[in-house]
Design a protein around this ligand. Structure first.
Ligand SMILES: [Zn+2]
Length: 54
């Protein structure tokens, strides 16, 4: 399972809204809204996501 980088909901890569490749990693925003937010400040959400995994 992957997490939406913005709202942290679980996303299924096979059914993801879209995948975004950013700096060698692939992210799966759950919806167009999260995609837009993520693309606006990707660094911020990538950082949050890695902290969430700890
Ligand atoms: Zn989301």
């Amino acid at each position: 399972m992957h997490l939406c980088p913005v709202c942290k909901s679980r996303t299924n890569p096979n059914k993801a809204h879209i995948k975004i490749q950013y700096k060698h990693d692939i992210y799966y925003p759950c919806c167009p809204l999260c995609q837009a937010v993520f693309e606006k400040e990707p660094e911020k959400y990538i950082k949050n996501l890695s902290e969430h995994k700890k």
